[in-house]
Design a protein around this ligand. Structure first.
Ligand code: GLN
Length: 382
């Protein structure tokens, strides 16, 4: 069988920009502020719990929908912070990360010819997942420096073929958040339609300046049509554990599980037991100030540099505008910055289908102070 004989299902897709930039960072021994992951440790207590559960023999398949005690903890937490009681038996499923949850929801819902509205810049897994399932991505583009949605313009994209809308708040890569007004506008728009939502809320706790996360769960018109996706990796500094979960009303979760059982069957058992135990303390409460300090430190260290910025409102990403330094394309500038200045970042253009002429790079500030200080020192010399 020759390579030419395989008709690629994703001909336009290459290796993700996260993998490319992390590899380049390693090759040039650059400080890696590209791919989003913390460079500090997971809590000792959580690690000990994982070890304990492995030693106790919790090493075989978990139930398909997830360990019941973990689903129970998630139900309690969701009720406490978003005031909606999800039924752990029928409305909560543990997944192997947020990306798997998003893929699973798309595969469960999208049929060939269905239109799915995606807001770009968009996390890079959304569009390929739609295409693999025969859907048609319909793109609504946001531009800097505000990356704000005009809901009247957005409404023009809705057609009788629209099956699904994918939203993401706090937003990767823009570092913006949806306001209550945004979600009210979306509620008005979807009222009396059968359009479904995937709401990617993996950065729910990483939100700054006293703002509060506007989950679709708080909006009755949205809640009953939404798959809401969360991530343990982001909340517990353990992106490599690939653990997340999805919440959805029973009629949607039933379809989600039909796909989930054949995609992964179930997720890592000892981690689920450990997380169920660890979640009993509300250890996410400190996350906003923890990450706000990192954002502020990084931006303070950039004072006097040639970059300009609007401080990130949420997520652990900060966009920096380099138009005061260069007018090169963002991919070229990001590569040059890695090779010549020793700092790796992510260019914004791969998050668009047709990239606009903007000059932004995304930097991950989920790093130790010394990492951020060394990176900023290099960036200040430009
Ligand atoms: N979510 C992370 C980011 O945006 C990385 C995910 C990945 O590498 N696929 O950087």
């Amino acid at each position: 069988m020759q390579a030419e004989q395989v008709q690629s299902k994703l001909p336009a897709v290459g290796t993700t920009i996260f993998t490319i930039m992390s590899a380049l960072a390693n090759e040039y021994k650059a400080i890696n502020l590209s791919q989003g992951f913390p460079d500090f440790e997971v809590s000792e207590e959580l690690i000990s719990l994982v070890h304990e559960y492995m030693k106790k023999g919790f090493n075989q398949y978990a139930p398909m929908a997830g360990h019941p005690a973990l689903r129970e903890q998630i139900a309690l937490k969701t009720d406490k912070i978003y005031h909606r009681k999800y039924n752990p038996d029928t409305e909560i499923t543990i997944t192997s990360g947020g990306t798997q949850a998003i893929y699973t929801a798309i595969a469960a819902i999208v049929k060939p010819g269905d239109e799915v509205i995606v807001i770009e810049p968009a996390y890079d897994s959304y569009v390929p997942a739609i295409l693999l399932n025969g859907g048609i991505p319909v793109l609504y583009s946001l531009y800097g420096p505000d990356f704000k949605i005009d809901w009247t313009e957005f409404a023009k994209l809705i057609s009788h073929k629209t099956k699904l809308i994918i939203i993401n708040t706090p937003h990767n890569p823009a570092g913006t958040i949806f306001t209550e007004e945004d979600l009210n506008s979306l509620s008005m728009l979807l009222k009396d339609t059968g359009i479904l939502i995937i709401s990617d809320e993996v950065y729910e706790h990483i939100i700054f300046d006293g703002l509060s996360h506007q989950s679709v769960i708080r909006f009755p018109e949205l809640l009953n049509r939404s798959f809401v996706v969360f991530s343990f990796g982001k909340t517990y500094h353990a992106t490599g554990w690939k653990m997340g979960y999805c919440l959805a009303p029973e009629y949607l979760m039933k379809e989600f599980r039909k796909v989930h059982q054949f995609l992964v069957f179930s997720s890592n058992t000892p981690l689920q037991h450990a997380l169920a135990e660890y979640m009993k303390n509300a250890n996410y409460l400190e996350l906003p100030s923890f990450y706000q300090n990192k954002r502020d430190f990084f931006l303070e260290m950039l004072h006097g540099s040639g970059f300009s910025f609007t401080p990130s409102k949420g997520s652990y990403f900060q966009l920096l505008d380099y138009s005061g330094i260069s007018n090169e394309k963002d991919t070229e500038f990001a590569i040059k910055l890695t090779r010549e200045s020793g700092v790796a970042s992510i260019p914004l253009s791969p998050f668009y289908k047709t990239p606009p002429d903007q000059h932004y790079l995304r930097f991950c500030f989920a790093k130790k102070s010394e990492t951020l200080a060394s990176a900023a020192e290099k960036l200040r010399t430009l």
